[in-house]
Ligand binder design. Structure first.
Ligand SMILES: Cc1ncc(COP(=O)(O)O)c(C=O)c1O
Length: 361
């Protein structure tokens, strides 16, 4: 058996530090938005090379509140991709804005050549998704955003520590992260953060995550309850110290897969970027049979994501149809994610490669 993921192994590896950190929080008697959150906001925004961090309840909330803080909502359009995780698009819809899709390239990331033709007078922002740990062509995206006066909100939920030309994401001014347990930097519950450069935006986000209250007695904005808690922040601070090392481990596993897998397409690293391999995604024209074969061999695998969002029931109202985003549609039929996490052992990697290489359609 090789499991697709195992978060218990992650806890056991860090048990001593985590137990100490959580005990301190329990004993402090302070559980929501306190010293741990403040320190973690500083440490994580520093790590990303950004001035400010605002801890929130999830990656979804980070995206949604970033849109709200920028006054993007009803009547506005936000450009993103159709092969992302559901929350990217759910967050745009929750803000009241309309998602407009741009197809991706074979590398799973937004096709920057197709962005301009999707911009209308209603477009207010581009939400590039750094999918699977890979980083989009941010130079081109920022150039287009400047030309059309658009905001750029990077969905960094899958790319803690990933780089473009030696600089960590987000490459623009605003990045939204998820700390869902299975992420490269994962809490033991939900969590998220917006990192940004603008102090006013940071202030507004802090109000918005706490009902819009500006102090104990006054409310200026329509906010929500999306506060990062002290336990998660304390855990994340410990795990942040291991992030670089863990990302390196993911990179080494990917290298071994790249070298040893036969008969499937493996991910190609863009020389301008450094992927953090949140997911290791291969391609096969016989994906469903390969998946069945791997499961029979006791190898965990998964599809990220099976149905492109423009074809999902919930997003039919956007008016797209099959054939509108041919690359995303083709990719969705071929992709398969193999196990990749820091605790994966040498023998597990060999077993995965053996099982994939054994597959004869
Ligand atoms: C690309 C992407 N965006 C946004 C999110 C939302 O994060 P969360 O699960 O913390 O709401 C996720 C993770 O689920 C994701 O993978």
């Amino acid at each position: 058996m090789v499991e697709f993921g195992n978060l218990k192994l992650n806890y056991l590896r860090l048990k001593k530090e985590i137990d100490k950190a959580t005990k301190e929080v329990f004993e402090s008697g302070w559980f929501v938005l306190g010293k741990q959150v403040e320190e973690f906001e500083k440490e994580f925004s520093d790590y990303c090379g950004k001035k400010f961090g605002v801890g929130v309840g999830s990656g979804f909330d980070a995206l949604n509140l970033a849109l709200k803080a920028l006054n993007i909502g009803k009547g506005d359009e936000v450009i993103t991709i159709p092969n992302t995780a559901i929350p990217t698009v759910a967050a745009i819809c929750a803000s009241g804005a309309t998602p407009r899709f741009v197809d991706v390239k074979e590398d799973y990331l937004i096709d920057v050549e197709k962005i301009e033709q999707t911009i209308t007078e209603k477009t207010k922002a581009i939400m590039p998704v750094h999918l699977y740990g890979r980083v989009c062509d941010m130079e081109k995206i920022l150039e287009i955003a400047e030309k059309y006066n658009l905001k750029v909100i990077e969905d960094c939920a899958q790319t803690h520590g990933a780089e473009f030309k030696g600089k960590k994401v987000p490459i623009g001014e605003i990045g939204c992260f998820s700390f869902y347990p299975s992420k490269n930097l994962g809490a033991y519950g939900d969590g998220g953060m917006i990192v940004c450069e603008d102090e006013k935006l940071k202030e507004k986000l802090k109000f918005l995550r706490n009902y819009g209250q500006v102090d104990k007695h006054r409310v200026f904005f329509h906010g929500i309850n999306s506060r990062l808690d002290e336990l998660q922040a304390a855990i994340l601070r410990k795990k942040l110290g291991r992030l670089e090392e863990d990302n390196e481990k993911r990179g080494k596993i990917a290298e071994k897969y790249n070298l040893n897998l036969k008969g499937v397409k493996v991910p190609v690293e863009n020389p301008l970027t450094k992927s953090v391999y949140h997911l290791y995604v291969i391609r096969s024209e016989n994906r469903d049979e390969l998946m069945k074969h791997l499961k029979e061999q006791g190898i965990g695998c998964a599809i990220h994501y099976l149905i492109p969002l423009h074809l999902q029931e919930a997003y039919k109202f956007l008016g797209y149809k099959e054939g509108d985003f041919p690359v995303a549609e083709k990719i969705s039929k071929e992709i398969l994610s193999l196990p990749i996490y820091p605790e994966l052992k040498e023998g597990d990697i060999e077993r995965v490669c053996g099982a994939v290489n054994d597959f004869v359609f």
